[in-house]
Design a protein. Structure first.
Lengths: 233, 290
């Protein structure tokens, strides 16, 4: 579904992605784990089009993605729940969700919003409140729900567990697992390697702009190098 | 009593013009957090272009339409040529660019048009209407009606339409706006076109009363800015109330103190708002959780 080949990207003169190869098959949950500063977020920003690509290709559902501007990528089926949530703080929860379906004006919008409220009941309670007043976990739920309102075939999730209490993190990972049942393929970027690998089918390990390891999630969890470097076991 | 009423009438009239300018500020501010100080030049262009088109023999309504359309195009050009290339610059830099644009447009208007003071006939004649011992010009009703109509239109746009919310979303978080499929470049173009058109409309409606010349823009921009600040930047209701309030304060100052002080009134209001009420009357206090 999503194929990345030889992807390079830079901030100014400093290259941060040195040729990334990665593949996501339809229906999978694939995770990219790695330490802070490894380039995981930059990778996702390239995929959603808000970060310039200096070379390499991104193919999504058979189409070259690099020339497509960021705002057109959701229409192709690629949604992102960005790092730091990036919700619209001055709008209400419901308005945030409605804007997630900005591209659509049909009856399904109502239905999708009901589904989102079923998935995250706390958002329904707060639907008419300004999103800026939500707690961190609630904001993360809103960011994910908003991305799903865009009817993606593939969801890019950037650090959904960041800054959240352990009990909320467990909840969020449960939700990510559930997203597969909606028929949405997920590419999950996480520092919380153990949590991410536990729910993923396959994983990639990223270090300073390179993919250093890849394989089945169970295989990676069992790998002694991963256990030492990322799992603290 | 009839004296006070007369001052209030003239306050409402000029206040309506300031309200229209303040409403123009609102749109661009909502889309980009930029205060567009060239907003007053749009008012000037509305009046000047209408006068020249009318003087060239076109009927007044057509001349007015041309002026509004041409000014909207100029607003778009200003965004494309001056604001867009500087995207990513701090908001303060963008605001300084709009001041530069204002000076440029004023200078260009001197060359393209002329340095005379112009006016054109009022839309419904000049016979004053008598109300309770005071008089009001029919054109004042046009201006006031125009301000209220634009306010209602904008209020519906921002609260009832998806595109209006997309404008708000763009200013709140441009990155996220792109990710949900909003073409943020188009939103900026749209907001400049709308703001410029509203400014030009203000010029068209006000010129039969206030007269126009190449240099009237900066005055309108500052008074409208005072109105927008008083009401709370970014809020259409605040712009309307603030604009009318500045007009009233100005008219009462001119009437009861001295007309020499009337221009100072708006600036006293700006200072007072900055000291005591930085959010304005209807401004939203930000409650972001990090």
């Amino acid at each position: 579904m999503l194929t990345v080949e030889g992807l390079r990207s830079r901030y100014g003169r400093i290259e941060v992605l040195h040729g990334i190869d990665l593949e996501v098959q339809s229906g999978e949950i694939v995770t990219v784990v790695g330490a802070n500063g490894a380039g995981k977020t930059t990778l996702l920003r390239c995929l959603s089009g808000v970060q310039p690509v200096s070379s390499g290709t991104i193919t999504f559902r058979g189409e070259a993605l690099v020339p497509v501007p960021a705002y057109r990528r959701l229409a192709r089926g690629l949604a992102q729940s960005p790092e730091g949530r990036q919700i619209f703080t001055n709008l209400t929860v419901e308005e945030n969700l409605r804007l997630g379906a900005f591209l659509f004006a049909d009856d399904r919008v109502e239905k999708d919003m009901d589904d989102a409220f079923r998935m995250f009941p706390v958002l329904k309670e707060k639907r008419n409140l300004a999103a800026g007043g939500l707690s961190g976990g609630q904001q993360q739920m809103l960011a994910m729900a908003r991305a799903l309102m865009g009817r993606p075939s593939c969801l890019l999730l950037d650090e959904p567990s960041m800054g959240l209490a352990p009990i909320i993190v467990a909840q969020i990972f449960e939700v990510v697992k559930g997203i597969r049942d909606l028929g949405v393929t997920t590419l999950l970027v996480e520092q919380n390697a153990f949590g991410a690998l536990k729910i993923a089918d396959r994983g990639y390990v990223m270090e300073t702009g390179h993919i250093t390891m890849s394989g089945g999630a169970e295989e990676l969890i069992a790998d002694p190098r991963i256990r030492e470097a990322y799992l603290g076991i | 009593m009839s004296e006070l009423l007369q001052f209030l009438f003239s306050g409402v009239t000029i206040g309506a013009v300031y309200a229209l300018v303040a409403l123009g500020f609102t749109i661009i501010y909502n889309a980009s957090d930029v205060v567009n100080f060239a907003q007053g030049e749009f008012v000037m262009l509305g009046g000047m272009i209408t006068w020249f088109a009318h003087a060239a023999g076109l009927p007044l309504p057509l001349a007015a339409l041309i002026a509004i359309a041409a000014t909207a195009c100029l607003g778009v050009a200003m965004n494309k040529l001056m604001i867009e290339p500087a995207r990513g610059a701090p908001v303060v830099s963008l605001i300084i660019i709009t001041i530069g644009a204002s000076i440029f447009i004023e200078g260009a208007a001197q060359l393209v048009f002329d340095k005379q003071i112009h006016s054109f006939p009022a839309f419904s004649g000049d016979a004053p209407i008598r109300v309770g011992g005071a008089t009001i010009l029919p054109q004042s009703l046009w201006v006031t009606g125009g301000a209220i109509a634009v306010f209602v239109g904008l209020w519906l746009f921002f609260t009832r339409t998806l595109l209006g919310r997309a404008v708000l979303a763009t200013s709140n978080n441009r990155l996220a706006a792109q990710l949900v499929g909003i073409n943020t470049t188009f939103v900026m173009t749209l907001s400049f076109a709308l703001s410029a058109a509203i400014g030009a409309l203000a010029g068209v409606l006000a010129t039969p009363i206030t007269l126009t010349s190449y240099g009237v823009g900066i005055g309108f921009a500052l008074k409208g800015f005072a109105g927008a600040m008083l009401g709370g930047m970014g809020n259409p209701k605040g712009a309307l109330v603030g604009g009318f309030a500045i007009g009233m304060i100005e008219a009462l100052t001119a009437g009861y103190l001295s007309s020499q002080y009337k221009d100072a009134a708006a600036f006293v209001v700006i200072l007072a708002v900055l000291f005591f009420l930085p959010q304005g009357l209807f401004g939203r206090t930000s409650t972001d959780r990090v």
